[in-house]
Design a protein around this ligand. Structure first.
Ligand code: AMP
Ligand code: GLY
Length: 424
């Protein structure tokens, strides 16, 4: 069969690698893709938000299945456009992708269906938000309602900071229309765990857990980024936590969406915080995490096409989802200066070192082929270097060893990805 993947990051490279392993697939397209994806798929120069062009491409090329990797097209309704054309597509439709697209929606859903999350209020008037802050306990968390590239969350330790935050989000519109509404919520403490799942509208199957490292610098210092590295599984995601989430979070969310007339088909990503009062939902995403996909997918034993088709057809209950009994670590190689400002266009050397190395992966996030045929840096996050190991410590040692196989000007990485493993 022929498969089209929509997106261009390390997550889409990991999806493409999983799809390439399927014996049922003989052709992969990726729009727009990147230089690494181009080694296993044919990249197509259509942007992820050009829904009509993408659907026309899928029709003309007799694509059997389209997989949407990114949040923006999902929230924008790409799945509805494909379905209206009679095309098979993996991902939630617009009515369901609101689970990620609106934090006010997801918080109200959790409140209505008693799914554990931080206490909160929603606002569409900055003056009312500021009046509320004057009565609230600090620190406090401000969230722009809509998509903001993972940057629409401000943690404020004083009232003055919080008032300035409301102004930034709602009046100066720092995150654009994402800031028309906002959520103000209680500050929670605890470890964070990412749990990804497949959902077919009624059944949910949980993947192996993972942990991201969102801050730019070692010791969780510096600005929030898209993610500087991940490990899987999380040793903090214990049987007790799993039991709790199966009882109060996972199926409850799927059932809530169905009851609201928004049955969810695709990936639900549960961002959890393990607080002293038990696990609580920080956020939902309607797609694989990036770079969580880079440590979870290489460990999945199933044929990804079988699982995705079961989600589309409402037959996920027939799938026995299985993961390898090992571990994986991903260290992101970024351009120095990310996430603020950085240079691009430097040659990436050493990519050939990954050839034929079982259990090592070099997922491309921001790379491109330049006019002379060289692969060069083309983004803040450039590569996700992933390695497996028998356990987390071995996987971490392998991943850091492999970061040394690659070189490019201004190469930057965190040196403490997976440090938490030592505290488990
Ligand atoms: P989100 O985009 O909602 O995942 O938020 C980004 C990051 O902000 C999370 O990964 C947490 O580290 C932090 N965060 C979000 N909400 C809270 C909260 N209520 N309490 C403490 N930290 C939070
Ligand atoms: N790594 C976090 C995310 O994909 O949102």
């Amino acid at each position: 069969m022929k498969v089209l993947i929509v997106g261009s990051g390390g997550r889409e490279h990991a999806i493409a690698m999983s799809v390439a392993k399927s014996s049922r697939v003989d052709k992969i397209y990726c729009a727009p893709g990147n230089a690494g994806i181009g080694q296993i798929a044919e990249c197509v120069a259509i942007g992820a938000m050009e829904f009509d062009k993408l659907a026309a491409f899928a029709k003309e090329n007799a694509v059997d299945l389209t997989i949407i990797g990114m949040d923006d097209p999902l929230v924008g309704g790409i799945v509805d456009v494909f379905e209206a054309e009679g095309l098979r597509v993996f991902g939630p439709n617009k009515a369901a992708a609101i689970l990620e697209g609106s934090k006010a929606f997801s918080k109200d859903l959790m409140k209505k269906y008693h799914i554990p999350t931080a206490a909160y209020e929603t606002f569409d008037d900055p003056e009312k938000a500021i009046a509320y802050l004057k009565t609230a306990k600090m620190p406090i968390v401000l969230k722009a309602d809509g998509l903001a590239l993972g940057k629409g969350v401000l943690i404020c330790s004083t009232l003055a900071e919080a008032e300035a935050g409301v102004k930034e989000i709602m009046m100066d519109k720092k995150f654009g229309s994402a800031g028309n509404h906002m959520v103000i919520e209680e500050f929670m403490t605890g470890r964070e765990v990412s749990v990804l799942s497949y959902v077919d509208g009624k059944t949910i199957k949980i993947m192996s857990s993972a942990q991201d490292h969102k801050r730019a610098k070692d010791g969780d210092q510096g600005l929030n980024t898209g993610g500087m590295g991940t490990f899987s599984p999380s040793p903090f995601y214990t049987k007790e936590v799993d039991d709790f989430c199966r009882k109060y979070v996972f199926q409850a969310t799927v059932d809530a969406m169905a009851k609201e007339g928004r049955p969810f088909k695709g990936i639900i990503f549960f961002g959890l915080m393990l607080t002293p009062d038990g696990p609580k939902v920080l956020e939902y995403n309607a797609r694989f995490g990036d770079p969580e996909a880079q440590v979870v997918l290489p460990r999945m034993k199933n044929d990804i096409i079988d699982v995705m088709e079961a989600c589309i057809d409402g037959k996920l209950d027939q799938i026995d989802l299985q993961f390898e009994d090992n571990a994986a670590v991903c260290v992101v190689l970024a351009s120095d200066g990310y996430p603020v400002s950085y240079q691009k266009g430097f040659e990436i050397r050493g990519l050939e070192n990954f050839e034929g190395k079982d259990g090592y992966y070099c997922f491309h996030a921001g790379s491109k082929l330049d006019d002379s045929g060289k692969i060069v840096t083309n983004g803040g996050r450039v590569l996700g270097i992933t390695a497996k190991g028998a356990d987390l410590k071995e996987a971490r040692a392998n991943a850091y060893k492999a970061t040394g196989w690659i070189d490019f000007d201004n190469k930057y990485m965190r040196h403490d990805i997976g440090k938490a493993i030592d505290e488990a």
